[in-house]
Design a protein around this ligand. Structure first.
Ligand code: NI
Length: 391
């Protein structure tokens, strides 16, 4: 079966490169994936896959019934949205849309999802159960997975597989990781309210800017002294605004930030921990404050047996030196974790780096490029793992 799957994928290769380039040239921002969705639906239909459009706003679902009677439903998820970045690759198939670029490889993900669907549709009589292909919108704004779930994408799903490109692994290789793959990403908004006054007479005022500076410092220091260093927390204040004039003491400052963590227990106590520190600093100097902690997507936690399924499938398909067990998670975020609240899942990293280049630009870079030979690696790995799921 492995040889058969490889043959099918290799035969599809030119078409898949064409598909990827088409999607790459026509990137669409989160929640606006209208053309991409219609294109995906067309490819799926022409492979005899049952298609449902408009799932999760601009998402698409394809379903393929294998001949086996196993009741377990396997979902395979890819994402379709691009980023507000001006492409600078100079490729002949570079973005046709000003200021929008597939700089996170979601064009490759969509292609791998389609390729997997095309391959599996040709061996449907060998599949033990039903496969549901999820093509989700709006991953970059961490909303698409919620939209898909709300429209029933995870109903009856027993397991879910996903993929993300990774430029620091060479094309032809993949990375798997047991346990945490990405971080929980939460939003933080702190407002500090002091009292205005003359810049020459600070003692008559409550200086919100000075207190905000102390809050930022106190939070960073408290991480190093009060958080378990083996359970990382990253808190970055990315925006700070307040004040009125050079000689007027500021009465109000707003801080916006992101908070990343890997362990659910660590994450659970962060809102109170932050509130305490901000509150105590503000109280010490007579300021009022407000902390708004909004939970974003949870951490992607890869299921053991599904990760093993991916690792073994890839090792059989490619040899073990092309499969890396990743030693570290990333503190980036991925809304694949949202699906994992409904069924166990595992996401692998697909190497897309050029072996002969000194620099492979990182994700979200205007010159980010992928070695397209990775598409076949992704399709075979995903299709073979899918086939083996019911064995
Ligand atoms: Ni991405």
């Amino acid at each position: 079966m492995l040889t058969h799957i490889k043959d099918l994928a290799i035969k599809l290769a030119p078409r898949l490169v064409e598909i990827r380039r088409h999607i790459h040239s026509h990137p669409e921002l989160s929640g606006q994936e209208y053309q991409t969705a219609a294109f995906v639906a067309g490819v799926l239909s022409s492979s005899g896959i049952h298609v449902q459009e408009g799932v999760g706003k601009t998402g698409v679902i394809g379903e393929l019934q294998g001949t086996g009677k196993d009741h377990r439903l396997l979902a395979i998820r890819t994402d379709m949205d691009a980023l507000p970045i001006q492409e600078r690759t100079g490729l002949e198939y570079a973005s046709h849309t000003d200021g929008v670029m597939h700089a996170c490889g979601h064009d490759v993900h969509t292609t791998v999802g389609l390729g997997t669907a095309m391959v599996l549709s040709q061996i449907a009589d060998e599949l033990g159960g039903k496969v549901r292909f999820l093509f989700q919108p709006a991953e970059e704004i961490a909303q698409g997975a919620y939209w898909m779930v709300k429209d029933g994408a995870m109903e009856n799903v027993s397991a879910i597989l996903g993929v993300h490109v990774f430029p620091s692994i060479p094309a032809g290789s993949i990375g798997v990781r047991y346990g945490a793959l990405t971080a929980a990403a939460d939003d933080l908004e702190i407002t500090i309210i002091g009292e205005s006054g003359h810049g020459a007479r600070p003692h008559e005022a409550i200086d919100a800017i000075w207190i905000a500076a102390q809050v930022v410092t106190a939070l960073q220091q408290a991480i190093s002294r009060t958080q378990n260093p083996l359970r990382p927390v990253v808190l970055s204040i990315g925006k700070i605004s307040g004040g009125r004039a050079a000689n007027v003491i500021a009465d109000k400052v707003q801080l916006l930030g992101t908070v990343r963590s890997l362990h659910p227990e660590t994450r659970a106590h962060l809102p109170i921990w932050i509130d305490n520190i901000v509150g105590n600093v503000c109280n010490a100097y007579g300021a009022k404050y407000q902390v708004n902690y909004r939970q974003g997507v949870p951490s992607v936690q890869n299921d053991y047996s599904l990760t093993q399924l991916l690792q073994l499938s890839a090792e059989e398909a490619w040899s073990s030196d092309r499969v890396q067990v990743l030693p570290e998670p990333s503190l980036g975020a991925e809304d694949f974790s949202v699906y994992q609240e409904y069924a166990p899942g595992s996401m692998f990293r697909l190497g897309v780096g050029y072996k002969d280049r000194m620099i492979n630009h990182p994700l979200h870079h205007p010159e980010f490029e992928v070695d397209e030979s990775a598409i076949i690696t992704g399709v075979v790995t995903m299709a073979y793992a899918g086939y083996k799921y019911w064995l």
